[in-house]
Design a protein around this ligand. Structure first.
Ligand code: ZN
Ligand code: ZN
Length: 226
């Protein structure tokens, strides 16, 4: 199936971010997009104006940016292509987790609907990207995973997800990678020091100390439920 209309890479980036923020129940306003995309507010304003004109988004009376149905479909399409590309780079080229997002981001816009479909079946219809973020349509599967920061001491867990917010942060991702904090890895909370804003974990034989802010972006489940 061909994509009927595909927006430019820049517009696709906006649509993907608006989709993700909306999914997380965040208020999507221009200032938030400027911050996330690291561009000037005036640039965002001009782009959103164009996107309104072209029917991808609408802006509500209180300045909230909403996806139209076309915008939603296009946003889901680019996120899906992005996540499937991450799998391809991970499985076929064996790139480390910390590099997947950045590399996939360059390729995702160029992938046709046919290739995306092919990738989906070659990668065995994944529900999550390699970082554990849900593919569009599978959000419910990640709903019950709790932020690691909320766990009590002496709780065992399995890491399921490193939130998209961290995917662009190469330094943090390589740190997590070095400490063995990856989706699928089991661990235990040793202690939590809220006054120090740290959580101490046992991962394999090592003790790893994380800031609670970082631990809030990692999602876990109990060891035996997926
Ligand atoms: Zn990514
Ligand atoms: Zn990912």
């Amino acid at each position: 199936m061909l994509d009927p209309i595909r927006p430019s890479p820049t517009i696709e980036d906006y649509l993907g971010i608006i989709y993700t923020l909306t999914r997380d129940g965040e208020r999507v306003i221009s200032a938030r997009l400027a911050e996330t995309l690291d561009v000037a507010a005036s640039t965002v304003a001009a782009t959103i104006k164009r996107m309104c004109r072209d029917g991808w988004v609408r802006v509500t009376a209180d300045k909230e940016i909403e996806l139209t149905n076309e915008g939603l479909q296009a946003g889901m399409s680019v996120i899906r292509r992005h996540m499937l590309t991450e799998w391809m780079l991970s499985r076929v080229l064996k790139l480390p987790l910390s590099e997947l997002h950045r590399e996939a981001h360059q390729i995702e816009h160029a992938i046709s609907a046919e290739v995306a479909e092919r990738l989906q079946s070659e990668m065995e219809d994944p529900m999550f990207c390699p970082h554990g973020n849900p593919l569009p349509g599978y959000e419910d599967k990640a709903r019950n995973w709790a932020p690691l920061s909320q766990l009590d001491p002496r709780t065992d867990f399995v890491i399921r997800r490193i939130h998209e917010n961290l995917e662009e942060d190469y330094q943090t991702l390589s740190f997590l990678e070095k400490q063995g904090l990856m989706p699928g890895v089991e661990g235990r909370v040793i202690r939590k020091l809220p006054f120090n804003e740290t959580i101490h974990l046992r991962i394999a034989e090592n003790e790893v100390v994380l800031g609670l802010k970082l631990a809030h972006q990692l999602f876990v489940s109990e060891p035996d439920d997926g």
